[in-house]
Design a protein around this ligand. Structure first.
Ligand code: 5GP
Ligand code: ZN
Length: 135
């Protein structure tokens, strides 16, 4: 069910630290360590699935609904004017962590984000402060 070497399974299990912002029976949402914009978070199923092809219908539904919930929250609490949901399936499509995840990327007028973005570690204090607003 979980994969020993999978960092997102370790985050779900609490073995790796993360800034959790939302959870339910099937899913967990936490801040991305290299945010593309302020408030960038990831939603994952608790149960390990490699990618879009592998995830069960029930977990896919729960993950997308959790992403919708978080998208509403970044709009309401961070003042994001828009949101991109992104899922990458396969290396050629930029997938780097092989545990299914949906990026919830808040968008702001005139933000500098262009695809594909080049991930760079964010400031942990700033990420923690933003996570507080999203809980
Ligand atoms: P992908 O490239 O697979 O679509 O997205 C993987 C995402 O996971 C990247 O945006 C990356 O910054 C994020 N990430 C990678 N390792 C960690 C980690 O240990 N903790 C957190 N919170 N995010 C991570
Ligand atoms: Zn996993």
């Amino acid at each position: 069910m979980s994969d020993q070497d999978c960092i997102f399974c370790q985050i779900v299990a609490g073995e790796l630290p993360s800034q959790r912002v939302d959870e339910d029976e099937r899913t967990l949402a936490f801040m991305d360590i290299s945010p593309a914009t302020r408030g960038h978070a990831l939603v994952v199923p608790r149960r390990h699935a490699r990618d879009l092809f592998e995830i069960s219908a029930e977990d896919l539904q729960a993950t997308v609904l959790a992403a919708q919930r978080l998208a509403r929250r970044v709009h309401e609490r961070l003042g994001a004017e828009g949101v991109n949901l992104l899922n990458s399936r396969g290396q050629v499509a930029w997938q780097t962590v092989f545990h299914f995840h949906v990026h919830v990327i808040p968008r702001y007028h005139n933000d500098p984000l262009r695809l594909p973005w080049t991930p760079a570690p964010g400031d942990p204090d700033e990420i923690a402060a933003t996570a507080d607003l999203l809980r």
